[in-house]
Design a protein around this ligand. Structure first.
Ligand code: AMP
Length: 218
């Protein structure tokens, strides 16, 4: 199964991609995770990406396209992949189509996750992350046991710099201007399914399961 998960930041794409990945054995490729890893390891790419990410802006297409191109050349994709947070611009979508074509890989479906703006601001603003093991929590919906440290590894939880108010506003504006045009891009190619992702993680997964059924059995 080869999928793209599309949607604004905070719609729950990553959480659902983790669930599908655990269930089906498909690999999740999150450009956000790959970039954060590069920042943590202080690679040249990470140093270049950091200032864009901190402000909630998009990292240049050439950088992100290179990352995904490398990942897709990995032979560990026998059971497929979920691209989470890529493509985010029309040039990225065009580059992806070219790479998949080159490798003779078929893209099954693009899933467009939909949540209201107010809910997104609430989800992102309350998100807390573990800088050690990358587990994520939410102060209201999914707090850690003591609300301060990670249940898994005991590290103190932090708020990602791009989950702070100003950066959230920028990320939503960037989404509207640069990523939302991908909805019609994939719609005109008959590749898009819409998914209401306003409910709980389990409720959204139930809906997603229905959308993915034809591709799971393929
Ligand atoms: P995410 O975890 O998907 O919300 O991504 C966090 C940040 O990484 C974004 O705000 C961007 O700065 C950067 N990023 C992730 N994916 C992309 C992409 N496909 N194109 C450009 N920048 C990206």
């Amino acid at each position: 199964m080869q999928l793209v998960f599309l949607g604004a930041p905070g719609v729950g794409k990553g959480t659902q991609a983790d669930k599908v990945s655990a269930q089906d054995g498909v690999v999740k490729i999150s450009t956000g995770d790959l970039l954060r890893e590069a920042v943590r390891n202080r690679t040249t790419l990470g140093l270049e990406a950091k200032s864009y990410m901190d402000q909630g802006k998009l990292v240049p297409d050439s950088v992100v396209i290179g990352l995904v191109r490398d990942k897709l050349s990995d032979p560990g994709y026998a059971k497929g992949f979920i691209l989470d947070g890529f493509p985010r611009t029309v040039p990225q979508a065009e580059a992806l189509a070219a790479v998949l074509d080159e490798r003779r890989i078929h893209l099954d479906r693009v899933i467009n996750f939909q949540v209201s703006r107010a809910e997104i601001v609430k989800r992102l603003g309350g998100r807390r992350s573990c800088p050690q093991c990358q587990a994520t929590y939410h102060v209201e919906f999914a707090p850690s046991k003591n609300g301060l440290t990670c249940d898994r590894c005991g590290e103190g939880l932090v708020q990602r710099s791009d989950d702070q108010r100003e950066a959230i506003e920028t990320r939503l504006k960037v989404y509207e201007e640069q990523t939302a045009p991908l909805i019609s891009y994939y719609e005109t190619r008959n590749m898009l399914s819409h998914l209401d992702s306003a409910g709980s993680v389990d409720a959204v997964y139930q809906n997603l399961t229905k959308v993915l059924a034809p591709y799971r059995s393929a």
